[in-house]
Structures are given as C-alpha cells and as structure tokens.
Design a protein around this ligand. Structure first.
Ligand SMILES: Nc1nc2c(c(=O)[nH]1)N[C@H]1C(S)=C(S)[C@@H](COP(=O)(O)O)O[C@H]1N2
Ligand SMILES: [Mo]
Length: 168
C-alpha cells in the first residue's frame, strides 16, 4: 500500500536530483568567467571556452612540485603568444621595445604571476605557455582556463581560473 506513495516520492526526488544536476552542470559552464586580454594591445579581446576551443590547440606535458606533492600530466589549450598576436602587441618606442613588455596573468582569486614577452615570443624563448582548457589523457575539460608554464619545477606559475591577462 505505502509502496506506491514511496515510489512516487522516489520518482519526484529523482526528477529533482536530475534537474539539480542539469542546473548545476549548466551553472558550471556559465560559472567560468571569460578571460580579458587588454593593456598594450591594439584590440582588447575576451575569450570564453568556445572561442578558446575554436583556436589551434597545443598540448604540453608538465611535471611540477606543489605544496601537496608532485603533479605530472598534460594540458591542452591555446598558446598565450597566439592570443597576444590576435590582440596585436603594441611594442612601444625604442630598440626592441617589445622585449620590455610583460604579461600579468591573474586568477579569479587575485593570485597573479608575470611573464616576460621574450619568454613566449617565438623569436626568443618561444616557450609554449598555454591558456589551457583541458587536461589529462584522455583530456577532460577544466572548470576554468589555467595558465600552464611547461618546464617549471614548481607549479606556482600555473595560475588556475585565469580571468585577466594584462600586457604591460
Ligand atoms: N588562482 C590560483 N592559481 C594557483 C595558485 C593559487 O593560489 N591561486 N597556487 C599556485 C601554486 S603555489 C601551485 S604549487 C599550483 C598547485 O597546482 P594544483 O592546484 O594543480 O595542485 O597552483 C598554482 N596556481
Ligand atoms: Mo605552490
């Protein structure tokens, strides 16, 4: 007798859980703030997951120490240099003035690191620093874009949840 109401409640509960999961999943996607790229560029740009995924993908291997131990794996995303090129780097005045430029990359929690443009310019360091949107093998999407600096021994420059890249 009371199996039926329980069954109905069970179904209703399952529908609510399913709705919550769908809303949660949708909220998850919307939760990732877009990344603003501005400062010394001709055209400030904003990148979201879709615009990043539409650009050529690069994958890099990482192996770094963190406060919680070693992390080895892979990340996929877009070359930071490609984003800067797209926005159009403004070099400024003087001999090799572009080499005075830096990129301040900031996460949603305010954590920030600086890179020199010469570190990523293919004419100089050419390091494949990424704005990554996926990681692992097989690749899983990240909650939010992450700066990935391959070759670093410590993970400190791999800014999670990047929201702003300022060319200074
Ligand atoms: N936004 C943000 N990114 C961050 C940090 C942080 O505090 N905030 N910590 C950094 C440090 S010190 C390390 S060691 C790595 C840790 O990487 P993990 O989060 O993959 O473990 O994240 C880096 N990226
Ligand atoms: Mo760290």
């Amino acid at each position: 007798m009371d199996r039926h109401p329980n069954g109905v409640m069970g179904f209703a509960a399952r529908v609510l859980v399913a709705l919550a999961l769908v809303a949660g999943a949708a909220g998850h996607v919307l939760a990732a703030e877009p990344v603003r790229l501005d400062g010394a560029v001709r055209q400030p740009l904003v990148f979201d997951d879709a615009t990043l995924r539409a650009l050529p993908k690069t994958s890099v291997a990482v192996d770094f120490e963190t406060g919680k131990g070693r992390e080895a794996g892979s990340y996929g995303g877009v070359l930071l240099w490609a984003l800067v090129e797209k926005a159009g780097l403004q070099a400024g005045e003087g001999k090799n003035a572009a080499l005075r430029r830096t990129l301040l990359v900031t996460g949603s929690d305010g954590y920030a690191v600086a890179l020199a443009i010469g570190e990523i310019d293919p004419h100089y360091g050419g390091k494949p620093v990424l704005l990554a949107y996926e990681s692992g093998e097989p690749a899983m999407p990240l909650d939010a874009p992450r700066l990935v600096v391959p070759g670093d021994a410590h993970g400190g420059r791999n800014v999670r949840g990047v929201v702003h890249i300022e060319v200074k």
